[in-house]
Design a binder for this molecule. Structure first.
Ligand code: URA
Length: 275
C-alpha cells in the first residue's frame, strides 16, 4: 500500500483525525487564518535579538515576578472532597462548594461545573457518568443526543425532568474528548455525588451506565451483570433503593438493548408505586 505524504492529505481528513483525538473544540472565538498570518521570525533571528538583552544588567527598579503556585493536575483529592461535601447542608451549598472546589486539570479544561437539572427533591434521581460537550456548554446534564433519548424514554414511562425527576452525574466536569473519567477523578468526585443524593433524598436512584453503577455500588462488576437488579446505597444512615441500567449513549450504539432499559424504567415505576 502506498501512503500519500502527510502534506498531501485532504484537510478534512486531518480535521477528522484531530476531532477523533479529542481536539474537538476551538480555543478562540475567531478563527486564525494561519495561511495569511505573517511568518514567525526564524529561530536564529530570535536568538540573535535576545542575546544582548540577556547581557544587560537588571534595572534596580524591576521587581522580580512571583512564580504562580503550581496547581496539582489531579485536584484537591478525595479527603478534601469528603470534608467539603460533608460541610454542605443544602443542595445550593453543595453546588457552590463544587464550583469553588479544585477539581484539577479536568475542571480547568471544562467550561462549566454541571451540577443538576430537573426537580430537586423529586422521587426519582438519575445519576449518569459525566457531562459531554453539549452539557459542558449548557451547564446541564443530559442535554445532548443521549439526553434526548433519555427524555423520550422517561416520558414513555411517565417521568420528566420538569415534573418528577432530578438528574446529575458522578463527575461534574467534562472529560476532554468525552473519555471515560479516570478512576482518580471518580474517587475524588464520589463524596460529592453521595452527599448530593443524601441532600436530594430521592425515593429511588437510577444509575445510568457502568461508571455510575460501579462508583455508587463500589462494585467491580460491569453494567451487563449489574443492570436490572435492585440494590441499596447507604449514605449517612439513610438507605436509598438503587437500580443500575444501561446508559442511553450505549443504547444509541446497541438499540437492540432498549427493551432492557424499558423493563428497568417499569421496575422504577413499580418501586415508586410501593413507596
Ligand atoms: N452522559 C452522561 O453520563 N451524562 C451527561 O450529562 C451526558 C452524557
Amino acid at each position: 500500500m502506498t501512503l500519500a505524504p502527510a502534506e498531501n492529505l485532504d484537510p478534512r481528513t486531518l480535521l477528522a483525525w484531530h476531532v477523533a483525538m479529542g481536539a474537538d473544540e476551538a480555543i478562540q472565538d475567531d478563527p486564525l487564518d494561519r495561511f495569511t498570518a505573517p511568518e514567525p521570525p526564524a529561530a536564529s533571528t530570535v536568538k540573535a535579538q535576545a542575546a544582548p538583552q540577556q547581557m544587560r544588567p537588571q534595572s534596580p527598579s524591576l521587581k522580580p515576578v512571583a512564580a504562580r503556585p503550581v496547581q496539582p493536575a489531579e485536584g484537591a483529592g478525595q479527603a478534601a472532597a469528603e470534608s467539603v461535601a460533608a460541610a454542605c447542608n443544602s443542595l445550593e451549598d453543595l453546588e457552590s462548594a463544587l464550583k469553588a472546589f479544585d477539581g484539577g486539570l479536568l475542571k480547568r479544561s471544562a467550561k462549566n461545573t454541571v451540577f443538576a437539572d430537573g426537580v430537586a427533591g423529586a422521587p426519582l434521581m438519575i445519576v449518569g457518568e459525566a457531562p459531554g460537550a453539549d452539557e459542558d456548554i449548557q451547564g446541564k446534564p443530559f442535554v445532548g443526543v443521549s439526553g434526548q433519548l433519555l427524555d423520550r424514554m422517561l416520558a414513555a414511562a411517565g417521568f420528566s425532568r420538569t415534573e418528577n425527576t432530578y438528574i446529575s452525574n458522578v463527575v461534574p466536569w467534562r472529560p476532554l474528548g468525552n473519555r471515560t473519567p479516570d478512576q482518580a477523578v471518580i474517587t475524588m468526585c464520589l463524596p460529592f455525588i453521595r452527599r448530593h443524593i443524601e441532600l436530594a433524598k430521592p425515593k429511588v436512584v437510577l444509575m445510568l451506565g457502568g461508571v455510575s453503577a460501579k462508583a455508587l455500588l463500589n462494585s467491580e462488576d460491569g453494567i451487563t451483570r449489574l443492570r436490572g437488579r435492585w440494590r441499596n446505597i447507604e449514605i449517612g444512615g439513610q438507605t436509598f433503593a438503587a437500580l443500575p441500567a444501561y446508559h442511553p449513549a450505549y443504547l444509541l450504539r446497541q438499540p437492540h438493548l432498549k427493551g432492557f432499559a424499558w423493563r428497568d424504567l417499569l421496575s422504577v415505576r413499580e418501586k415508586l408505586s410501593q413507596s
